[in-house]
Design a protein around this ligand. Structure first.
Ligand SMILES: [Zn+2]
Length: 421
């Protein structure tokens, strides 16, 4: 009841609370339509409905003055079921609970640390439930690894979802605990893997580094810092200028990059990728050029069409050998700098990057130069598509070992269709 009054006061400012309350009680007790409406709501099979009010409609067959009103148009309420979407999201509900209202006392806001904890918990539930489940499914459809939207669009999705995740960060950033941080990592990993078109096996740290997105708990600190400085400036009466805010954001971001680099000193997975990018983390993250492609990610992450990966992780090869030159172990590094089969494709890369084609050297070159990036993309595209072609031929071989026949049915067909011949 109190909430309803609050809402009515919110719509019409300047009304007396007591009068609204009396009117509301009166209507609830005596008005036939209100009762009808309430019992109709109770009969709804679920919460997925929306209420449409049409001021110019009335039930058919009734006398035109049965529902007349002295000044406003007639009101008919239509309850639409089934196919409409839920109107009040849990996010809306939390926003409603957290709102500061002038004429009402919101007890929630008085609980200080406990209130912070409430926000964090609600946030975690939200992230866990909404972001993860939905993100995983939706992003899989929206951002397939092969084909689908380009880099700019992927960056846009990443931006939108991270700002959803970081909503209200100034409030909860300092209250984050280990468990919350762990929970934040799951959706971010999904997002980062999609952003870089990576294999689902790419680790959280490697995916974030490749996508150039710092972990969300660090991003939250940037927002919280900027917010704190803004509030301080306002309380001093020197309202912050846009350039102040930009400067604070830059400073905080630099701090975050340092913390991030420290965290990456001892990675638990994706060691080669991370140790190659970490020395140029700033250049990599802030670069203005270069979109990550499906093939580039394979070479940079090592998760892709390489003997070692297919043998050890995907378990689709009996050994780690290179099918193109006979070397004992085929890795991303072998493909990039050693494999004799790709000498022609490698020539242009050597011209631009230099004789040292180790992963750190290549990463440094492409992070700092747009032309090196383009040459690297071409190299990866040519080589990986040839390797994938050979892998498909091995799979299709009627004498192939059972382990090579993994992708079957619809997944296989979809995969084949997406890869140009
Ligand atoms: Zn080889």
């Amino acid at each position: 009841m109190e909430e309803q009054i609050d809402r009515r006061l919110g719509i019409n400012a300047g009304m007396k609370r007591a009068i609204i309350q009396d009117l509301q009680c009166l209507l609830h007790e005596h008005h036939a339509l209100v009762r009808l409406f309430k019992s109709a709501l109770e009969r709804m099979p679920n919460d997925d409905y929306k209420v449409v009010i049409k001021a110019d409609k009335r039930p058919p067959g009734t006398h035109e003055r049965t529902f007349n009103a002295p000044t406003v148009d007639e009101v008919a309420i239509l309850i639409v079921g089934e196919e409409t979407t839920k109107k009040v999201s849990s996010m809306n509900y939390y926003a409603y609970r957290l709102m500061i209202r002038q004429n009402a006392d919101n007890y929630l806001l008085r609980f200080r640390r406990l209130f912070q904890q409430y926000c964090v918990d609600m946030y975690v539930i939200e992230t866990e439930r909404l972001t993860f489940i939905r993100l995983n499914q939706v992003l899989g459809r929206l951002l397939p690894n092969i084909g689908g939207p380009g880099g700019a669009c992927r960056r846009l999705y990443t931006g939108v979802v991270s700002s959803m995740a970081l909503y209200g960060a100034p409030i909860w950033a300092d209250a984050l605990r280990r468990e919350n941080i762990a929970v934040l990592r799951r959706p971010q990993r999904v997002l980062a893997v999609r952003a870089i078109r990576g294999y689902a096996t790419v680790s959280f740290e490697a995916a974030c580094v490749l996508a150039g997105t710092p972990p969300w708990d660090l991003e939250a600190k940037v927002l919280a810092n900027v917010y704190r400085q803004t509030v301080e400036a306002r309380s001093r009466g020197t309202g912050p200028e846009p350039e102040d805010i930009a400067r604070w954001r830059q400073e905080s971001r630099r701090g975050v990059l340092r913390t991030w680099a420290e965290r990456l000193e001892e990675p638990t997975a994706g060691v080669l990728t991370i140790s190659a990018i970490r020395p140029v983390l700033g250049e990599w993250t802030n670069r203005q050029h270069g979109v990550i492609t499906y093939c580039l990610t394979q070479v940079l992450s090592g998760h892709g069409c390489f003997g070692r990966y297919l043998w050890k992780v995907a378990r689709r090869e009996p050994t780690a050998e290179c099918h193109h030159c006979g070397a004992e172990e085929d890795t991303a590094a072998h493909t990039l700098s050693d494999c004799a089969a790709w000498t022609t494709q490698r020539a242009r890369l050597v011209e631009v990057v230099g004789a040292d084609l180790s992963l750190p050297a290549v990463v440094r070159a492409i992070a700092c130069g747009a032309s090196a990036w383009r040459v690297m993309i071409t190299f990866c595209q040519e080589v990986i598509s040839r390797k994938e072609e050979a892998e498909r031929a091995r799979e299709n071989d009627p004498l192939a070992a059972q382990m090579r026949r993994r992708r079957v049915g619809r997944r296989r067909l979809a995969h084949d269709r997406r890869i140009p011949p």
